[in-house]
Design a protein around this ligand. Structure first.
Ligand code: 3PG
Length: 306
């Protein structure tokens, strides 16, 4: 019988695990769970007899794929699949999928939680500022970007977006102003919210030249990936501009370099964007259903490898 393994170093909410298990067992498959593992050897052992694998940001490397002799499908319960070695999957005939859109609202809400906390000086009793009336630029207008736009509009922000892969008319239809270049986005908006994926092309692309264009009291909000940031460049800018702040869902590798900039940065200790019961249920159950649909019916709608 096919075994579906959920392997999450950062566990799903219990309700999500229960619902994933229900989908898997109802389809007649075995269910296995590996949570909070601290060493990759645990993952290598657990995948040995798994036919299907559900992960979050867990690294599914060529070594993991090699160990998973029975594997037919791996689903990243979430949007960004930079943690999957797609070439390794393809070379073994394994289908890789993600679950786009399922955790997007949670990520967008966290972006605003962090923005408001920064604007209110982390609630330390001093007078802060409001988001209403300020300009926000959405860098990449995908599923998360769309939710960010809606929340920003509700707050009363002026909303701009840059995304060369999305039709400008579609962006306009949402009441968002599309901008023609990434430089224009950063030059226009006090707040910039990042939603680009981590790829070889985007790696370290958010650099000094771009960020220095941002207006006074600039705030960069990163709920995407730390890899897209040029870390040394941000420190350079933090040193040059006392009005520049950086908030990120997960600390950069050089987080100790931020100590002198108290009050101008905030980092979550663990990636928290998708860490809600709702997002866990949405993404986890979607992953389980996609696995069942692939194994039983061959449905490859959300396939991300060749
Ligand atoms: C995603 O790409 O879906 C988010 O970054 C969530 O990642 P997580 O499942 O590791 O929290």
């Amino acid at each position: 019988m096919s075994k579906v393994l959920v392997a999450t170093e950062k566990p799903f909410a219990k309700a999500a695990v229960d619902q994933i298990k229900a989908v898997v067992t109802k389809a007649g498959f075995d269910f296995a769970l590996l949570e909070k593992y601290t060493d990759k050897s645990e993952l290598l052992e657990a995948v040995k007899d798994a036919s299907a694998l559900i992960v979050r940001s867990d690294k599914v490397t060529a070594e993991v794929i090699e160990a998973a002799k029975e594997l037919k499908i791996v689903v990243r319960a979430g949007a960004g699949y930079d943690n999957l070695d797609l070439e390794a999957c393809t070379s073994k005939g394994i289908v890789a999928m993600n679950t786009p859109g399922q955790n997007s609202n949670a990520v967008a809400e966290l972006a605003f939680g962090m923005m408001i906390s920064m604007a209110r000086n982390a609630y330390n009793g001093t007078a802060g500022t409001e988001l209403r009336g300020k300009k926000i630029g959405i860098h990449a207008y995908g599923n998360v970007g769309l939710y960010v736009a809606k929340i920003a509009q509700g707050i009363g922000m002026e909303v701009y977006a840059f995304d060369p892969f999305v039709d400008a008319e579609k962006i306009k239809a949402d009441g968002v102003t599309p901008l023609a270049s990434v430089e224009e986005l950063y030059a226009t908006c006090q707040y910039v919210s990042l939603h680009i994926p981590a790829t070889p092309q985007t790696k370290e692309s958010i650099n000094y030249d771009l960020l220095r264009k941002m207006p006074k009291n600039a705030v960069l909000v990163n709920t995407a990936r730390k890899e897209v940031i040029h870390e040394a460049d941000i420190i350079k800018l933090m040193n040059e501009r006392a009005d520049f702040a950086y908030i990120s869902d997960i600390a950069p590798d050089n987080k100790d370099a931020y100590t002198p900039f108290e009050g101008r940065y905030f980092f979550t200790p663990k990636k928290m964007g998708a860490q809600t019961a709702e997002a866990n249920i949405n993404a986890g159950v979607a992953a389980a259903e996609q696995i069942v649909d692939y194994i039983k019916n061959g449905n490859t709608t959300y396939k991300v490898n060749k």
